[in-house]
Design a protein around this ligand. Structure first.
Ligand code: PLP
Length: 387
């Protein structure tokens, strides 16, 4: 019987390892082989082939991700968007309707708003905080509800328990993007979600050197998504799988450091005279604070803020820092700064961003694992020269 482990720290180091270890190797080697010798497999999905996501590197990741997300099954994908699109296209078809939170990651937002209508898949964007309005938006052909654990870039926390209750009452499949929280801070399956998706590019891998995705849930749903992804072709390359498996080993260490550092930086920024607004669920002033406290074990490493002045001044601040890198993406060991209006949310119109409260001068910060005091000194000097 496969060994099981109680705590996430132990699971991250040991869960998923082939038993017995392959030739005794302590680190799981890369199986860079497209195909494998026929071993009597019956059925298309069982033949060993990289596109079918079932080589030893994939299977180790599936076991590990299922363990840390407290679910029976998991599937990796070539990117977060491959995981999200394959998942949604497995539970929705032409003539179906989706309820989706209105402040989603830009790529997901565009997939639902621009691509799905061409496939005959309808949607309504909903306010994650207003369960009464969901009732008004539901239709006889609604099949699923899709939300994010914390929204990008405002770090709002929807009424996630109400989403689960609503989905159960209405017979919908509930799907959550857990990327921003990571499994160290939040276990959506324990709260009752049917499926969790991740951009593994971010915290799960943590080293900004691959793109990857994952979906985790029941055996039945993951089998459905696997079959669909086998046709859509969104499988993960074995080398990326090797790196993701290695990156995951330090997930808990990284995320706990990032939680602590982000909270300290959020407090520093909110006390600084040049900062007019800080969005971080760990701050008592954040509207999602009570909910985040109840649902999450940590508040995460992401925050966003606005400075006095215009967009050009925000840019001057970003380029006036020495340690952070001005770059899109998040969740790596290095601290990153970006303006969502030019990166993650560039696909939305200015009016859509305005309605959601994403101003052009909003700066998003992904806190890395550098020394917190050195980051704060750097922000202080960049804010000082900005004033
Ligand atoms: N979900 C969230 C919350 C994201 O921030 C991103 C990317 O930034 C994605 C999904 C898409 O992931 P990927 O870039 O790995 O396709």
């Amino acid at each position: 019987m496969a060994k099981t482990y109680r705590r996430i720290d132990t699971q991250l180091v040991h869960a998923g390892t082939p038993e017995p270890r392959i030739l005794g190797a302590v680190a799981l080697p890369i199986f860079q082989s497209a195909n494998f010798e026929y071993a009597g497999e019956s059925g298309y999905d069982a033949i060993r082939y990289i596109r079918l996501n079932n080589t030893p590197n994939h299977l180790a990741l599936h076991r590990l991700l299922a363990a840390i997300e407290h679910a029976p099954a998991a599937l990796v994908a070539t990117s977060g968007m491959a995981a999200i699109s394959s998942t949604l296209l497995s539970v929705l078809g032409a003539g179906d309707h989706l309820l989706a939170q209105n402040c989603l990651y830009g790529g997901t937002f565009e997939l639902i708003a621009s691509d799905f209508p061409r496939l005959g898949i309808e949607h309504t964007f909903i306010d994650g905080d207003d369960p009464l309005s969901w009732q008004a938006a539901i239709r006889p052909n609604t099949r699923a509800i899709y939300v994010e654990a914390m929204t990008n870039p405002l770090l709002e926390v929807a009424d996630l328990r109400a989403v689960v209750r609503f989905a159960r009452d209405c017979g919908l499949i509930s799907i959550i993007d857990g990327t921003f929280a990571s499994p160290v801070n939040f276990h959506p399956i324990d709260v009752g979600f049917d499926l969790v998706v991740h951009s593994a590019t971010k915290y799960l891998n943590g080293h900004s050197d691959i793109v990857g995705g994952a979906v985790i849930g029941s055996t039945e749903l993951i089998e459905r998504i696997t079959h669909r992804m086998n046709h859509l072709g969104g499988s993960m390359d074995p080398h990326a799988a090797f790196l993701l498996y290695r990156g995951l080993k330090t997930l808990a260490l990284r995320v706990r450091q990032q939680n602590q550092s982000a909270l300290t930086i959020a407090k520093f920024l909110s006390n600084h005279g040049a900062v007019t607004r800080v969005n971080y669920p760990g701050l008592e002033t954040h509207p999602g604070h009570a909910r985040a406290r109840e649902l999450f074990e940590g508040f995460g490493g992401m925050l966003s803020f606005e400075l006095e002045g215009d967009t050009e001044r925000a840019e001057r601040f970003m380029y006036g820092t020495r340690i952070p890198i001005v770059a899109a993406s998040l969740g790596g060991v290095e601290t990153l700064l970006t303006r969502p209006a030019t990166t993650s949310h560039a696909g939305m119109s200015a009016e859509q961003r305005r309605q959601l409260g994403i101003s052009d001068r909003l700066i998003r910060l992904s806190v890395g694992v550098e020394a917190t005091d050195e980051l704060i000194d750097d922000f202080a000097q960049a804010l000082g020269s900005y004033q």
